[in-house]
Ligand binder design. Structure first.
Ligand SMILES: *Cc1c(COP(=O)(O)O)cnc(C)c1O
Length: 475
């Protein structure tokens, strides 16, 4: 372990004091149980995401968190204890935009917890939800106006898919019921839309994480992955022609197309051509299909625009948002639909049959209001641009590096892709030795850090990526 793991890593929290609080600045929270005891009990009782209980991976105990950093304690394979402050290159899976324990979000949560932490949303309403509805409608592209609050990203995708199907039932009734409603959805190869059954059905069936459920989930229609971000016009045209042909062929079955606008996330960190998205909007209009934009990962500035759709100037019919909505403090998501979708569904089919128990949770609404407020007040574009530019500055170190297929930057995200699968345990350990927390997958080590990261934080993340690249070489 490198010696500096005992000290906070680098500087974080641009312009905010204390910039790097560590053990020296803040008393270590009281704790009575040793890391060994905690890890042992974790293994006895908990089931971690995408994990086996019989061959458990190393778990790292979070002892503290501040700004862009986590204070972790863990045991290595020999049972030795390690502890240190590390930069969270993952922003807790895209969420922690303003860093951990941001005072504005903490205060909003404390105030709301004292007032009204939860109340059911059926038949009741409250000011935090109403204000959040206003804000999201104002922030969303074009005429997206009708907000359905959900409790997680996957649930919001389920709701969006149900809305789309119900819209088509409504349309067919409106047209006198002469055709049967279209029930299928088209999605892109390489997509990831969540882990529930409906969301899995529109995620890539082969490279996705659910190949073994084939047969148990509704078969959907998949379009080839669109060409890359900076593809030549000819490549885009060829893809558009092909996709249009495929959609025409299923126009009597498919009611909507769902995409992650311009950046596919968990399906491979793949930035695709905004012009392909513009074309998809035109084709869906022409064929009378809805366009669902899943902005759960791309939303709230991550790609360099407020919404991924903004790169293409596209307004979808339904949009899902989540992940970073509360600034990473609580779980909340939303489905935002046009008034046409909301009106048609309501007029011809009655109610939208969905209602999560924790829908519109006031604590989560208060956190979302605080986080979105911070994005606006602090000039979100500035933080995103700083992170983006710092990643671009570092790109040269990966050019032509042996074993490295690609280093790509999209907004405030960077992906180092290798020619072969990453040894996750090894890459995680090397990251930690260099003061950085990663969660690699497949052939990729990637980062979507908090927007408050400094250039030094980004340099540290890239040094850690370099160190992983060196270790990846066959020896
Ligand atoms: C993470 C993610 C989801 C699922 O959200 P959860 O909150 O994990 O259920 C759906 N779509 C996209 C694009 C995502 O990145």
């Amino acid at each position: 372990m490198s010696a500096d793991l005992d000290r906070p890593a680098g500087t974080s929290g641009v312009g905010r004091a204390p910039a790097v609080p560590g053990p020296a600045h803040r008393p270590v929270p009281a704790r009575s149980r040793s890391v060994g005891d905690l890890v042992h009990s974790d293994r006895q009782h908990l089931w971690h995401p995408y994990a086996s209980t019989t061959t458990p991976a190393t778990v790292h105990v979070v002892r503290d968190a501040e700004g862009a950093q986590l204070n972790l304690e863990w045991l290595d394979a020999d049972g030795a204890t390690h502890r240190g402050w590390v930069v969270d290159a993952m922003a807790s899976w895209w969420c922690m935009l303003h860093g951990y324990r941001h005072p504005v979000i903490v205060e909003a949560l404390e105030r709301q917890a004292a007032e009204l932490p939860h109340v059911m949303f059926g038949g009741l309403t409250h000011e935090p939800a109403i204000r959040l509805g206003e804000l999201l409608a104002q922030l969303a592209p074009g005429d997206l106006n009708r907000v359905f609050l959900a409790d997680s990203g996957s649930v919001s995708v389920e709701v969006a898919l149900k809305m789309a199907r119900q819209y088509d039932i409504a349309l067919s009734r409106k047209q006198g019921g002469r055709r049967s409603p279209r029930t299928r959805i088209a999605a892109l190869r390489g997509a990831y839309h969540g882990d529930t059954l409906g969301a899995m059905s529109v995620s890539d069936p082969d490279t996705g994480m659910h190949a073994m459920y084939a047969g148990a989930i509704p078969p959907q229609v998949f379009l080839p992955r669109p060409p890359v971000w900076d593809a030549l016009p000819d490549e885009v045209t060829a893809w558009v022609d092909d996709a249009t042909g495929r959609l025409r062929a299923v126009r009597d079955e498919v009611c909507a197309v769902i995409v992650e606008p311009v950046l596919q996330g968990a399906g491979g960190m793949y930035a695709w051509s905004p012009r392909a998205l513009t074309a998809l909007r035109e084709v869906t209009h022409e064929l009378g299909m809805l366009l669902i934009a899943d902005e759960i990962a791309t939303g709230f500035g991550r790609t360099g625009e407020m919404w991924g759709c903004d790169h293409a100037g596209v307004v979808p019919d339904i949009m899902t948002v989540g992940k970073s909505m509360t600034g990473g403090s609580l779980t909340q998501a939303a489905v935002i639909a046009t008034e046409d979708v909301a009106h048609t569904v309501s007029e011809y089919t009655g109610a939208l049959m969905h209602g999560p128990t924790f829908m519109g949770n006031p604590l989560a609404c208060a956190a979302s209001l605080a986080s979105i407020g911070l994005l606006r007040d602090d000039g979100w574009l500035h933080g995103v641009a700083t992170v983006h530019d710092a990643f671009v500055e570092q790109a040269a170190r990966f050019a032509g590096a042996p074993g490295v297929r690609d280093f790509r930057v999209c907004g405030a995200s960077a992906t180092l892709e290798f020619f072969r699968n990453v040894d996750i345990a090894l890459a995680t350990r090397i990251g930690l030795e260099h003061g950085v927390w990663f969660r690699p997958f497949g052939r990729m080590v990637y980062s979507l850090p908090p927007y408050i990261c400094s250039r030094d934080d980004i340099a540290r993340i890239c040094s850690a990526m370099s160190a992983i690249a060196e270790q990846m070489l066959p020896r």
